[in-house]
Design a protein. Structure first.
Length: 455
């Protein structure tokens, strides 16, 4: 396709900035910024927040603030006031990351950005420290930014503890904007520009089962003594039907996705399903991952196989996540999940369910002017490829908060997490080509959106 002079200038600027962006991303990835003090010291998150603040100051943000949010974490806020008559755009990302899981399973160290086979590997490279770099590159390449810009980079998105959401509710003027670009999703595949128009909400609970005053010898007491671990396994098994569909008492599970399809063959490839293993649930894949609830057991506290003793367990616990589609309130879903878990306890076992985190679902208005500006920007950045509009099974709790606080704001979700990125898993990576093209698209969007507002 024929490119505009603006595209040529922006593309050249981003290309020239990429070597430096690689070095910056390496610095940011090096911070072990997992927002859980039981796993990593809080100083790692504090250092990452200071790095982001310094980066914004270097870009000329006169107002840069470290926000101490109610969950005890720090978000970074910067503001460039709008030129006269221009709209304001809020750019969002987060610097906190998921734990690295089994460090020994990584091909290269998780907190050391490593280039391999055309991708950059490291925890947070795509989710979402790469998103921070995408915003910085776009601001640099756009030249004199023609809109007002607010940037907020969160410090606890992955933990779902709601710090920034509560802070925004307490300071509703802070993040007010005409358009919001959430840089925390991604493209359905490399080379296919994508916006995400729907997110499932999330409920996370910790379920604890107790049956005995203490562990017992399995030879002496096994067969009559109620085993807490066996009780927990039965409770968790009740969350899925025989075909794998999620079954929580009182929660509908028959939603249908009306947008772009997700072919089963592509899903199997993206999910790296082993040969001979079937998918779970029923209906179209898009229904299952975008329009219906899904329960996942995230972890279980019980004796490891190595070193286990022949004992009947007195207690056991698990962390359970429940994703719910738009139209389902997460408070109601949490109550239904807790009641379901308690109701399924065998043998009168004592069950305690504690809420750990939650985030409401979100659905965007794809007919808004900002979507037209983004579609035009992505089409040009990707050489004529039309923008795809899809759903996503994951949750970004802040989106619902922003949509509630600013009902007239236009929310767009973009990012760098293509299927090969393996976010939340071992060997997370980002494609530098996607980082470059998405930065070009965002810079062009800022220009197109400003022009649309003037016109």
């Amino acid at each position: 396709m024929e490119h505009s002079p603006e595209h040529a200038a922006v593309s050249a600027a981003v290309a020239a900035l990429m070597p430096g962006a690689r070095d910056e991303l390496a610095e940011l990835v090096a911070f072990r910024s997992v927002a859980d003090p039981e796993q990593f010291p809080p100083s790692e998150c504090e250092a990452a927040a200071r790095w982001v603040a310094a980066a914004l100051e270097r870009e000329g943000f006169g107002e840069v603030t470290l926000l101490e949010t109610p969950d005890g974490t720090t978000s970074v806020y910067g503001h460039l006031p709008a030129p006269a008559g221009a709209p304001t755009v809020l750019l969002y990302a987060h610097y906190d990351v998921q734990p690295p899981l089994d460090v020994a399973a990584w091909t290269s160290p998780p907190f050391e950005l490593t280039e391999r086979e055309g991708r950059w590997y490291g925890r947070g490279a795509a989710d979402c420290k790469g998103g921070v770099l995408m915003h910085l590159l776009a601001l640099r390449a756009a030249g004199g930014v023609p809109v007002g810009v607010k940037v907020v980079v969160e410090g606890s998105e992955e933990q779902g503890t709601g710090g920034l959401e509560r802070y925004a509710e307490q300071h509703p003027e802070l993040l007010a904007a005409d358009a919001v670009v959430i840089g925390d999703t991604g493209n359905v595949r490399a080379g296919q520009p994508t916006v995400t128009a729907m997110l499932r909400g999330m409920v996370a609970v910790r379920v604890t089962v107790e049956t005995l005053a203490g562990n017992l010898h399995s030879g002496q007491f096994g067969g009559a003594a109620p085993d807490a671990l066996a009780a927990l396994v039965r409770i968790l098994g009740s969350l899925h039907a025989d075909d794998g569909s999620t079954t929580v008492d009182g929660l509908a599970s028959d939603g249908v996705w009306r947008g772009t399809a997700y072919p089963e063959e592509r899903f199997r490839e993206d999910a790296r399903v082993l040969d001979g293993v079937g998918l779970i649930g029923s209906g179209a894949v898009a229904d299952r991952v975008w329009a219906r609830p899904s329960a996942t057991v995230l972890g279980i506290d019980c004796p490891p196989v190595v070193g286990a003793t022949p004992s009947v367990q007195a207690s056991a616990r698990a962390l359970v996540s429940l994703r719910v589609p738009p139209g389902v309130d997460t408070d109601e879903a949490a109550s239904l999940l807790a009641a379901h878990l308690r109701r399924r306890a065998p043998w009168g076992a004592r069950v305690t369910v504690d809420a750990v985190g939650e985030g409401q679902p979100f659905r965007a208005d794809t007919t808004s002017p900002a979507y037209a500006s983004m579609a035009a920007a992505m089409r040009e950045a990707y050489d004529g490829t039309e923008m795809a509009v899809v759903g996503q099974g994951g949750s970004i709790p802040l989106t619902h908060t922003l949509a509630t606080l600013y009902p007239k704001a236009e929310l767009l979700l973009i990012g760098l997490s293509d299927p090969a990125a393996r976010i939340h898993a071992v060997d997370e990576s980002v494609s530098p080509e996607e980082l470059e093209r998405m930065a070009v698209a965002e810079a062009l969007f800022l220009q197109r959106y400003a022009a649309a507002a003037r016109g």
